[in-house]
Design a protein around this ligand. Sequence first.
Ligand code: TRP
Ligand code: ZN
Length: 882
Amino acid sequence: MSADNNDVIYLKDYLPPAFLVQSVDLVFDLYPHETRVQSRISFNRNAHRDAGLPLELHGSELKLISVAIDGAVLSADQYQVTGEQLIIPNVPDQFVLETEVEIDPANNTSLEGLYRSNTMFCTQCEAEGFRKITYYPDRPDVMAAFTTKVIADKTEYPVLLSNGNPIEKGDLDNNRHFVTWQDPFDKPAYLFALVAGDLQVVKDTFTTMSGRNVALEIWVEPENITKCDHAMASLKASMKWDEEVYGREYDLDIYMIVAVNDFNMGAMENKGLNIFNSSCVLARPDTATDGAFQRIEGVVAHEYFHNWSGNRVTCRDWFQLSLKEGFTVYRDQCFSADMNDAAVKRIEDVAMLRTAQFAEDAGPTAHPVRPDHFIEISNFYTLTIYEKGSEIVRMIANLLGPDLFRKGSDLYFERHDGQAVTVEDFVAAMADASGIDFTQFMRWYSQAGTPQLTVSGEYDAADKQYKLTIKQQTPPTKDQAEKLPLHIPVKVGLLNAAGDDLPLNLSTGEASGEQGDGDRVLHLREAEQTFIFEGIEEAPVPSLLRGFSAPVKLSFGYSQAQLLHLMRHDSDGFNRWDAGQRLAIDALKAMVAQFEAGQMPELDSALIDAYKGLFAAGLEPAILAEMLVLPGEAYLAEQFDVVPVDAIHACRNIARKTLAQALSSELEQAVVANQLSGEYRPVAEDIAKRRLKNICQSYLMALETEAAVERSWQQFTTADNMTDQHAALTALVHSKQDEKAKAALESFEQQWKDDALVMDQWFQVQASRPHPDALARVKALMEHPAFSLKNPNKVRSLVSVYCNQNRVNFHSIDGLSYQFLADVVLELDAMNPQIASRLITPLTRWQKMDSKRQQLMQTELKRIAAAELSKDLFEVVQKALP
Ligand code: TRP
Ligand code: ZN
């Protein structure tokens, strides 16, 4: 295994830095294998730490050439170099350190530090990658002004970029040239960036609210120059939105985005120079789906919003990661809700949270939104930090209401501009702006696990009272056996028989909102609490957790009739959708029980009627589309103590066929009615129609009638946009029409073989194909010339999609897929530990599988554990072992 307990870092051990940095001057002399980095750093001793402490700098995989203090070169006995540090005892209180190191970007496959992607040089420093570039106090609470001189061959790398503003450029001997960049804003090293390449640019400008002109530039490799328009439009919309909604203005005169092919995550918010995974920036109607367009809009906004929530106000230490990520996700979710259909955005976000974050919170790597220890921080860029972190900010925003939340965020940004702060500082600003007490609420940051609410309702006709009793309980997680009650905002309504909201007058229990409102937010604080509503004239149907007001699981003994009532009438769009999901889960669970008893599973006719009713209900296409989608296999799996993988897959398919049969005329009509003519536009209205049409067509394809197959084939061959082409390709490839599937895949490959991002989609469609030969096909595709284990997008498209979205095959009882994943993870760990440790996730989730599969999965985990591992993979495997 490797790595021992000494490598665990604890929040409680935090100490301020012994030295602060006044300014940094860097010179990069770029060569693929022998890049020289010279640094000149002025240090000051921090008065908050003991005098006489040595200077300790981080550094990893660096070849040290020279080190000098105040101009005097140090001899080897004046400093120590270990694997991760440069230590210099006996330094004055104020001095200039000069070092020179050599690094090898071309052999850097970890995609952390300075590395090569295609023909360019680029960097990724968050979280602790700057130490792979030069010796430095690589921690976010050391902030400094950077000046960066980049030198490279003028022909191969005509474009040289770094943070801030260009202040000097010129030619040098041997066909080399340089550009010097200066970033006037103090920043931590994790926000440093450098790019060099033969790039082209799309330019635009934005005038800020105070009237300053900002140059906007998107830099890409020449073949991608036609794919930048959507990202540029998204950037301008984000800048405007942050001014209007948060009063935040951009600060530098230039904002640059660079697209790179090899990138571990989605994108990175480096000051003034964002670096993006090309998949999160490049789009053209013929190459990118609606989903990709929306993701780009969200990621561009996310990185832009970090300029305030992350860069101007940053994290004191990495335990505070959710301070910037949770808040920034909340901000980008609200932005996307404003740009698109807000109810659909909420449904998508919650579906993802409940499927994937809840599973993480119930698995062996469960951790609080603010963890208290870690071995490798890269492992904590998780759904819990990002998505649950965002839900916490959303709860705070809902507790304060829009005006006080804005007051709180203004206070936070003003109070802490230029500082590296903690979660407490954020919550204190919200508390100070509102007068609300967040003492108990803070437990959301320290307690892992998804709270379970069990609710019961009791109607007293004589007293005209309705009593809601809510119990809360958070199951123990690996590191925390005991859980305390949380402060949980539970938004409720009560529907009468006509489907209208009753006025809510609360006599017992704490709630926000006004007496008589149709919606109240109950404040659950105890393990068990009763809330009493007065003047309720008839037995109501409770609508609970409206808008998903807290990231919890909620159970209430709903009857089918009650769920149907909510599905039809709830004034809360989210809960209307959720009632449909609950109905479908009940129906599918009943089918699974039949399947396991050896009977032919049959879909409850009440669900069929309910779905039929949706078409007559006059719903917007966006909502209708969402409501027609059955809960996914992964979310269904969450509903069982022992997951019946095969039964879930079989029953969901039977349910889809049954619905297709029973609703064929409605589905047909919807397909026809939602055809669009005219030019492709990635706007909410059109996206909704395409989605509805393609969902209905995919239902019809479940029956594989000749007409349905022919329509998909037609759509595949005539589509003028990737959304429709991709939907048709998926329908054909996932059908049993082997010949049509083969023909479609070949034609698609022929059409798109030179476009890496479209080929990712080609890999994904095949990796998720639910046929029994899937594993053999995935293995064969790993030999395809477009595949590379070194490119994370390819690994995600093929291996990750197979292991996460092809559940019947991944969990095949022969255990061969577990073995396959373990082999890939071991090979990858030597190249790219971050990707290896993410990829292994599905193998760590053995707890709810049957004993045979548990054993098979654990065997593979043990085999991995026996090898020499990176810190990243070690930490995950060690937690996941039985
Ligand atoms: N801060 C980035 C974001 O959320 C995340 C990120 C990008 C990252 N690249 C990374 C995190 C590499 C760890 C490693 O926008
Ligand atoms: Zn982020």
